[in-house]
Design a protein around this ligand. Sequence first.
Ligand code: MLT
Length: 336
Amino acid sequence: MLWFAQAAALGRVAAVIAATVVFPLLVSGPAVAQQTPGYPSRPITLIVPFAKGGPTDVVARLISAEMTKSLRQPVVVENVTGAGGTIGTLRAAQALPDGYTLVLGHMGTHAAAVALYPKLGYRPDVDFAPVALVARMPVLLLARRGFPASNLAEFLAYIRGHQDRINVAHAGIGSVSYASCMLLNHLLDINPTGVPFNGTGPAMDALVAGQVDYMCDQIVNAVLPLRTEVIKAYAIASADRDPAVPEVPTAAEAGLPQFQVEAWNAVFAPKNTATEIVHILNAAVVHALDQPEVRAPMTGLGGVIPPPDQRTPGALAALVAAELPKWRQMLKRPLP
Ligand code: MLT
């Protein structure tokens, strides 16, 4: 009966091999994770420099779930808030370049903030290893449901006439919401009271509650409250309407063509992160962006997933290099 026992033992060994080696290879993500043994060998932290529930957090959790599967190590979102996202971003810039600390930055943390903080503590184009662009994000001009204006023209007239009695919510100096509405306020030559939050997740709660008057926010944070009509939108600061909110006119259609803003989210590692680790991380992000679990909610909430040629580390480096002077010029220009 020995041969039977041996056959049974071999069968068990084969089953173990299949379950621990073959099967994961069949279901894992990009093969590159298997080509670089040793990384990742423990959980990876993805810093979100804003509060839970906001657009950056939502995007981070969508991709981290898929990256966890393909890298076969937990990609853990850590919200590190404050100072318009620059505290969490600085944390990532100063982390060991070992591939275990990443940040989901954006147009604010890695472009607009440089124009607004004389001593930022990091240089977006120097102190990071670009990994991949995740999404481009239209920006909407939003107001509390009871705001006394039914369209952009009425909104602009009202805030011009009442700027000392209205307030604008944002996620801290240098955030997307701050930079976008700063541009709007520049265009209107107004300076209303700003109300800072640790992210536009909590800021949206205040807008829904009617505690603040208006906000410029990324579309993924606005679609659901717009659909439930607990807030309203006067314009989308893009060239075209967005299919997620087709009823929202472009700023140009509504009479303010100069109000053109686009945000974006991207994954960065600290500078000096090894090239092969950047490539493994890039492959994991790119793989995530092609999964329906990411594509459906991201596009359903108005986010725009970049085409393959815009997902490379080099493309992200070029984007940051272009955004830095653009925002420096947009935010420093004299009032109209
Ligand atoms: C957030 O995720 O809360 C936003 O990105 C904050 C902002 O940049 O406005």
